[in-house]
Design a protein around this ligand. Sequence first.
Ligand code: C2E
Ligand code: MG
Ligand code: MG
Ligand code: MG
Length: 295
Amino acid sequence: HGRQACNLAKINGRQKIKLYNQEDISIKERRRDIYWIPIIRKAVRDNDLFLVFQPVVQLNNGDVSHYEVLVRMRGENDQIITPDQFIPVAERMGLIHAIDLWVVENAIDFLAALPSYLSRISLAINLSGSAFQYPDLLQVIRDKLELTWVDAGRLTFEITETAAVDNFERTRDMIIKIRELGCKFALDDFGAGFCSFNYLKTFPVDYVKIDGQFVRNLDHNETDQILVKSMVEIAGKLGKKTIAEFVETPAIALKLKEIGVNLGQGYAFGKPERSLLDGQQVSLAILLNSDKSLQ
Ligand code: C2E
Ligand code: MG
Ligand code: MG
Ligand code: MG
């Protein structure tokens, strides 16, 4: 069975990264996990989480397509804790669902609060691999959209390949139901996991997000170019749009455009910020429109 093969590959291929099985982590790691529990609980309860937004840009004309929502945690002394410090712990310790719901509700509230001239802005929200195991996810999304009058078409949910998806059938069913509301889906970190094709085959998504590892050196790495080209071809044939993450330089943006990637996201266009970047600030738009200005 596909899922079993997948889990096996994870165990064999990643002996040092044992995020998937609680029994596999060392006592030291477990102690650190336990240390984090009250901090994460408190952050969700007291709204010590906050959202930042990073633009995703159309590579053909530089327009902002939508913004990805990324969560942050306020620590002591206003220190900012990034998701790689607490999301994996939250996943292991059964706290991730509370974070997922917090992010969904707050992202929709954010859209609802935008002035009407920004009513076409849409967001991409990350969900953990286990998010779909909880039946209330659908209800929370539906209720929040109804309550706020936000159009479901303004939401895309990103599911990551590297997260452990426990139950393929249930996840797929849930994705189908959420899509029926009018929301879209993206397959995040495509190519980084062991089940890329399996995920692409199983989950109905609108976007494929090419993992940053294939993008960050794209302008001078021929292997990456070949891989990205084939991802674009596959996604295109399956009727899905491609997004490249970690677009750090104009040269990479142009290379992606040349290869035919639809959208780009990365420091070249804008870092994750507390408020939405003004369309004007995405200065690369000009570069993308005229390749000459690069010289
Ligand atoms: P992701 O969804 O693949 O998000 C992209 C990450 O790459 C973000 O890190 C972003 O800040 C970073 N990034 C963006 N552009 C560039 C670039 O040009 N260069 C480089 N080197 N990095 C770039 P961040 O915010 O630390 O998030 C890390 C991961 O944590 C995310 O990866 C996502 O899997 C997870 N995550 C973030 N927010 C949430 C959330 O609200 N819920 C859940 N369940 N997971 C989240
Ligand atoms: Mg993402
Ligand atoms: Mg990603
Ligand atoms: Mg990533």
